[in-house]
Ligand binder design. Structure first.
Ligand SMILES: [Zn+2]
Length: 113
């Protein structure tokens, strides 16, 4: 389950930032997750609960913000929204699309103390 390693990555980042930004407790975290990132949000939420137990983020609330997938249609020369990676262009119906966004997961805002 790759959500578990994603969750470990998030916790690691929080611990690193705690040293540089001098906080000792994480209360809320906003995670931006692209629709094309291939992340199972339920599995990730569960994994975060598990890995954050007894850490500086124990009991933290994680807010998931979904970001739409985006691509560039070579045929139309315009940006289009992509619900999945293998979706045709909503305007011309072709599949000559370069994925340009919504493929990653980032830690957004933090509420710490
Ligand atoms: Zn098109």
């Amino acid at each position: 389950m790759h959500e578990m390693s994603l969750a470990e990555g998030v916790l690691q980042l929080l611990e690193e930032q705690a040293e540089t930004q001098r906080y000792h407790k994480v209360k809320q975290v906003w995670l931006n997750i692209g629709e094309l990132a291939g992340v199972d949000v339920d599995a990730l939420t569960f994994s975060l609960e598990v890995v954050c137990r007894d850490s500086l983020a124990d009991g933290a609330v994680f807010h998931i913000v979904r970001e739409p997938g985006r691509g560039w249609c070579l045929q139309c020369s315009r940006e289009v929204e992509l619900p999945t990676r293998y979706h045709g262009c909503p305007h011309c119906g072709r599949y000559q699309i370069q994925v340009t966004g919504g493929t990653d997961m980032r830690v957004g805002e933090l509420e710490v103390e």
